[in-house]
Design a protein around this ligand. Structure first.
Ligand SMILES: CC(C)(COP(=O)(O)OP(=O)(O)OC[C@H]1O[C@@H](n2cnc3c(N)ncnc32)[C@H](O)[C@@H]1OP(=O)(O)O)[C@@H](O)C(=O)NCCC(=O)NCCS
Length: 165
């Protein structure tokens, strides 16, 4: 198991998208077949971790999103202005190659996404994620994310909280 330090960068043509294997076929296929179109159309930004500038050890995507105020837990919603929605950043996908799992890379990618969203000059209240299954939801809960009461696979973390952490 490799313990090499990781470099994080925006996905570019030097990165090898063909050998990535997270154990989740849809996440691997997305990286191989779809992500470059989404980046070109500006519907997603993709950040990758590599050990050598080429082989992808993990990746995540970010895009603008919004959360319906009515969907947030009441205790959160009552602290926000009465607009129908609050701005958010969605981490649409997060995956780590099986050869690099359990080394803190998933956490590091999540922290990087939170930092980017929190530093952006475009305001967003929270980072939100759509967990693909219960294990993924548990991963996010482990990192302090809160579940939407009526959509248990959608979780969010207020960026003010993330900055404090
Ligand atoms: C979920 C995933 C990104 C985690 O990546 P990873 O690099 O193996 O995770 P890390 O080594 O960074 O784990 C960090 C911490 O999260 C915890 N953790 C990891 N997976 C977890 C899970 N499913 N549930 C709860 N906690 C979890 C670890 O125990 C560790 O805790 P610690 O820091 O307190 O010791 C990775 O397993 C993956 O790519 N899975 C397949 C795709 C997927 O489910 N993506 C999620 C988005 S839909």
């Amino acid at each position: 198991m490799s313990r090499a330090p990781f470099q994080l960068a925006l996905l570019n043509g030097a990165h090898d998208r063909t050998t990535f294997n997270s154990g989740s076929a849809p996440l691997d296929r997305y990286l191989r077949e779809q992500v470059t179109q989404d980046v070109r159309r500006r519907v997603a930004a993709c950040f990758v971790a590599t050990t050598d500038g080429k082989r992808i050890a993990g990746y995540y995507t970010l895009a603008s999103a919004s959360l319906l105020l009515a969907e947030l837990p009441a205790s959160t919603g009552k602290k926000l202005p009465r607009y129908p929605t609050v701005p958010a950043v969605r981490m649409g996908r997060l995956a780590v190659d099986q050869g690099f799992k359990g080394q803190g890379l998933g956490s590091a990618l999540l922290a990087d996404a939170l930092g980017r969203a929190a530093r952006s000059e475009v305001a967003a209240y929270a980072l939100m994620v759509d967990a693909k299954d219960d294990a993924a939801a548990n991963f996010y809960r482990h990192h302090g994310f809160v579940t939407l009461p009526d959509s248990p696979r959608t979780l969010f973390l207020p960026l003010a909280t993330a900055q404090a952490v």
